[in-house]
Design a protein around this ligand. Structure first.
Ligand SMILES: Nc1ncnc2c1ncn2[C@@H]1O[C@H](COP(=O)(O)OP(=O)(O)OP(=O)(O)O)[C@@H](O)[C@H]1O
Length: 323
């Protein structure tokens, strides 16, 4: 696979129509609001990043976009049309995704895994498949040719007949992306695509994502690797406790002190201010000091009351029992 774009800054791809338009997306699980009124758009030609500390609601938001969850409130549109709340219909509409944990069919070959991803794009029905008529054979040959093209694109065509479980970890992640691409999406959602990768694999994943964008597919990516995300994305949104805290260019988000604070667990706007924190710390220190004084006084009193002949080890005095 080759690509002529290696950083978000050098890209010549122009952004255009709104591909994804999520408005006021809220997802509650009982009393827990995992995602709260999040708006997010992705335009064609864009790579948008979604960051946030663990438990911020990123995957839940992805699940709302892809029909795995029906949002409690809000609306998700793909190219202007409201998406149906069923994942296979969302895929058929043009949104494909990968998952945080690899979900390949481990006993199937690399090629077969990609062919599975094409099922939303094949028109041959059940009877055609059962009777294996000319229509079926033609469709099958076309699907296979397209799957091989995709394998060539990700650099795994030479391993088409290998079992997917025998691929190294980085190649398994690539294969998942190829399978997602097999549904011919207009938007690709990637959930932590570099998790568990070494630096070389991460670099290769970055190039692959640029190459996918260059093919006209918009991308929304969740990732914890900040260097990766800020190098890759045209725009980044940061979720904290289910809410969108900041959105902007990589440079804007990188320099935003609220984002730094959210990651480091330091106070940000809305959290207790420094004065309140200092007040609480002073009160705690005072309480600890008072407790230490009280303990010292009690120890002195105990020493005064202890009989000349101490109790046998393991046996407690009546005063200790009172304490
Ligand atoms: N099906 C569910 N039922 C109940 N609570 C859930 C469910 N899915 C997620 N949550 C909760 O919603 C919150 C957000 O979780 P989510 O997995 O979306 O966060 P995240 O930002 O993707 O985290 P990470 O970076 O660790 O993957 C968490 O408190 C989580 O425990």
């Amino acid at each position: 696979m080759t690509t002529d774009t290696t950083t978000a800054e050098t890209t010549a791809v122009t952004t255009g129509e709104t591909v994804l338009d999520a408005r006021g997306v809220t997802m509650r699980f009982g009393g827990l609001t995992a995602v709260r009124s999040v708006d997010l758009t992705v335009n064609s030609g864009e790579i948008v990043g979604l960051i946030g500390p663990n438990g911020a609601g990123k995957t839940t938001f992805f699940n709302c976009l892809t029909g795995l969850y029906v949002p409690t409130e809000g609306e998700v549109r793909y190219k202007g049309t409201v998406l149906p709340p069923k994942s296979f219909k969302v895929t058929a509409a043009g949104i494909a995704r990968t998952f945080q944990n690899i979900r390949l069919f481990s006993n199937m070959t690399v090629l077969e895994n990609v062919l599975v991803g094409r099922h939303t794009r094949t028109r041959e029905g059940l009877w055609s498949a059962l009777l294996r008529g000319p229509g079926f054979h033609r469709a099958e040959a076309e699907s296979k040719a397209r799957a091989m093209e995709l394998l060539e694109f990700i650099g795994l065509d030479h391993k088409a007949e290998h079992l997917s479980r025998n691929l190294p970890y980085g190649e398994q992640r690539k294969l998942e992306i190829a399978r997602a691409l097999a549904s011919e999406p207009g938007l690709l959602l990637l959930d932590e695509p570099t998790a568990g990768m070494n630096p070389q694999e991460t670099r290769a994943a970055e190039e692959l994502i640029f190459a996918i964008r260059d093919k006209g597919i918009a991308i929304l990516v969740i990732e914890h690797d900040m260097r990766f995300i800020f190098n890759l994305c045209d725009r980044v949104a940061c979720l904290v406790q289910g809410e969108k805290l900041v959105e902007g260019t990589a440079a804007e988000v990188q320099g935003d002190e609220r984002v730094v604070a959210a990651y480091l667990g330091e106070p940000f706007e809305g959290d207790p201010g420094a004065a309140e924190v200092a007040e609480v710390e002073a009160a705690e220190a005072h309480a600890a000091e008072a407790e230490a004084t009280a303990t010292a006084t009690a120890t002195d009193a105990t020493a005064d009351a202890t009989p000349a002949s101490p109790a046998t080890p393991g046996e407690s005095t009546s005063k200790e029992n009172d304490r």
